[in-house]
Design a binder for this molecule. Structure first.
Ligand SMILES: [Zn+2]
Length: 184
């Protein structure tokens, strides 16, 4: 029985854009002259979503689970990290309701790639594409993102938690029975 307890989590990430790296965003490859620098594949979208999910289940952050000092995570597909966190959430009895992502990028233009990112995120999270919102905005030329030196991503996620097995009504019915046994 699944209750209606809803928990929300938020995530944020930013990576530097550098020459000589493939650009990975939202679990897909995006044609670009530069890619995101990172110990992993640098996918800011998946990192923001992973942190949001960890936040929703109060399980720390991505750096605690996958330290960038650990050689196992060098160049790793960030989808693997998100899949591990999804499994953790499911083991703890949570189900994902929906996720909403905003990407902040001056370039490349991302509108043509958002549908593919939506599909991939849905696949990674085990939900329908209709449960995944994904938007891209520029920074209007302001700051490091506006200068095309970095890409950032914001994510919020809603999860449900398993309802407590015993309802308050059942507890109040049981208490007198226990009291009677203790008295006997
Ligand atoms: Zn990151």
């Amino acid at each position: 029985m699944w209750g209606r307890v809803v928990r929300v989590g938020q995530g944020w990430d930013i990576h530097r854009l550098v020459a000589g790296r493939a650009l990975r965003l939202g679990g897909i490859g995006v044609p670009s002259e530069r890619g995101l620098l990172g110990h992993s594949d640098g996918d800011v979208v998946l990192h923001a979503v992973t942190d949001a999910l960890l936040g929703a289940i109060a399980a720390g952050d991505i750096g605690q689970h996958f330290p960038d000092t650990d050689p196992r995570y060098r160049g790793i597909d960030s989808g693997v990290l998100l899949t591990e966190v999804r499994a953790l959430a499911e083991r703890r009895g949570h189900r994902i309701g929906n996720v909403d992502v905003t990407i902040l990028a001056e370039r490349p233009k991302l509108s043509a790639h958002l549908a593919a990112m939506q599909e991939r995120l849905a696949e990674l999270l085990g939900i329908a594409p209709a449960q995944v919102g994904i938007k891209a905005k520029t920074a209007e030329g302001l700051g490091a993102i506006g200068a095309g030196e970095a890409i950032a991503a914001l994510a919020v996620i809603a999860v449900t938690a398993r309802a407590r097995r015993r309802s308050a009504a059942r507890r109040t019915k049981r208490q007198p029975a226990r009291a009677r046994r203790r008295g006997a």
